[in-house]
Design a protein around this ligand. Structure first.
Ligand code: ZN
Length: 220
């Protein structure tokens, strides 16, 4: 690959103001020459922070699906709904497009985001050189979806509330909704903590010493 990075040339960029400057290696924090914020070559402890947030999100994904997300009190009676029971309700009552939307937004997408971030953290941690372009694209995809993450919560609550209960009913969020919201937020922060440049570091190392690496490190 024919390219040179700023880091190769001894430059570092500021997270806060974007100023690119010569990397002065000092003891303690290096600071931006222009705005004074700390500068790092790579986000510190990026992978460990990503893991911590991912594990928390994965654990909360369990109550998010098992506990009721919605409690409905109406003249007909009280009812607790989990995400899945909502999907099943829509499916069996013939509202299959809604069943599909709720299933994708609140079960499939959060699970895919968690899996993709776990894959990225795992491969970056192992210094893998496996398909860096595809992994970068996956990261961009998760980042892109992240902007719309809150939509998951809205889709679930609004569609269920609007379609199912046009009549008089008091709808309150169940404990599952809090867990679900936490999963969405934690996953979003996890994707922010992951430093995508880590995907390319092992690849660039390979570029510098191609003969040595390709022999002793089997590619996945
Ligand atoms: Zn700066």
């Amino acid at each position: 690959m024919k390219y040179q990075t700023a880091a190769d040339a001894g430059y570092i960029s500021c997270h806060a103001c974007g100023h690119v400057q010569p990397h002065v290696r000092t003891h303690g924090h290096a600071r931006c020459a222009r705005c004074g914020s700390p500068v790092h070559e790579r986000s510190p402890d990026s992978i460990m922070r990503t893991w911590a947030l991912l594990i928390a999100a994965a654990l909360l994904y369990i109550p998010a699906n098992l506990l009721p997300v919605m409690h409905t009190a109406s003249l007909v009676g009280n009812e607790d709904d989990t995400i899945m029971s909502g999907v099943v309700y829509f499916w069996t009552s013939g509202d299959w497009p809604l069943a599909v939307i709720v299933f994708i937004a609140s079960i499939l997408v959060p699970m895919l985001k968690l899996s993709v971030l776990a894959l990225l953290a795992f491969t970056a941690q192992r210094g893998s050189t496996w398909r860096p372009v595809e992994r970068t694209k996956l990261y961009r995809l998760v980042e892109f979806i992240g902007r719309w993450s809150m939509l998951d919560v809205f889709v679930v609550t609004l569609t269920v509330a609007l379609v199912r209960f046009q009549s008089l009913a008091v709808i309150t969020a169940g404990p599952g909704a809090i867990a679900f919201g936490s999963v969405v937020i934690l996953t979003m922060i996890a994707s922010m903590q992951f430093d995508p440049r880590l995907i390319w570091d092992p690849v660039d190392e390979d570029k510098h010493k191609p003969a040595q690496r390709s022999q002793d490190q089997p590619h996945e």
